[in-house]
Design a protein around this ligand. Sequence first.
Ligand code: NAD
Length: 342
Amino acid sequence: MIEVRVPLPGDRSYPVVVGRGCVDRLADGLAAELPRAKRAAVVTQAGVGVAVDPGIEHRVFEVPDGEAAKALSTIEDLCRGFASWGLTRGDVVVGVGGGVVTDVAGFAAASYHRGVPVVHVATTLLAQVDAAIGGKTGVNLPEGKNLVGAFWQPSLVLCDTATLDTLPEREMRCGLGEVAKYHFLGGPDGDGVALDDLDFDARVARCVEIKAEVVAADEREAGRRAVLNYGHTLGHAIETTGRYDLRHGEAVAVGLVYAAELGLALGRIDGDRVAEHRRVVAGYGLPGRLPDGADPDGLMAVMARDKKALDGLTFALDGPAGVEVVAGVDADVVRSTLEAVR
Ligand code: NAD
């Protein structure tokens, strides 16, 4: 087992435990982190199939599957369920699942009684390296994704990598795109070992550590946290513009290679670093070019949305000082660089 601490001001720092079988530590972890909690509301989905023992009185609340479950109506259902059971602010909500579950369990916990502690048992790779870490919670509106939510840090996160044994291959790919991203955000671990040379559990833990460092530096996304969007600007545009049969992680992978090419075009990195992006992405079996039929005009329109075209576009870009947020990138360069990933 590997334990990573997410350092936050006050007494809000929390442990993230990574390893096969660490879900068995839930009862001890709750007793250590939240010794006064008497009841646990376990929020999960039917398809997750991970049984947990919080070691205290508990009740399971199932939410529906898929992005549609990230709705205010789900939060209302959960909070009404908590109220009729008599959950109090001294108790705990335990989210057991992927990012959909941790987002809704976290937001219900943030809202119910103006805030109940939350613990996440992350059961998808994406949740383990990303969604369960950092305290962003929320739901969608018909007008857009993640438009309503709260920053609400968990008290404990368990990333049991054995739960990934049952995760469908395509769901794994969602997480692998983020893992590829961390390769360029964090550099080698404390022993100088590159992310892709670590064994699987150590790699997940290193991703957690990198996200923890960024979150600690910018808990409420005032600036630095935007580097976590590395590869996501084009990735998001690909997901928004087309009905391509691409998972989120695959779109991010194309976005990472594109961001590297853009960094090269702007003189921020050299060809070797671009080649490293292509190698890492390919090493995870992820695509490095746009799907057939991708429409550059449509991609440009989404990437430029909400940005004043005259000021150029904003990207997280690699460079001599690592990945940083760069504003004012010339739209012509953004457009012509799309050819490098066609
Ligand atoms: P998901 O939560 O929808 O899970 C994917 C599918 O896998 C679901 O059907 C789920 O029931 C199933 N599943 C979960 N664990 C399983 C297991 N161990 N075995 C078999 N099946 C299992 O998808 P996701 O990719 O984990 O999360 C996506 C969501 O995360 C998006 O809504 C996204 O907005 C959110 N997200 C949030 C943050 C954040 O910081 N809050 C960051 C990244 C993503």
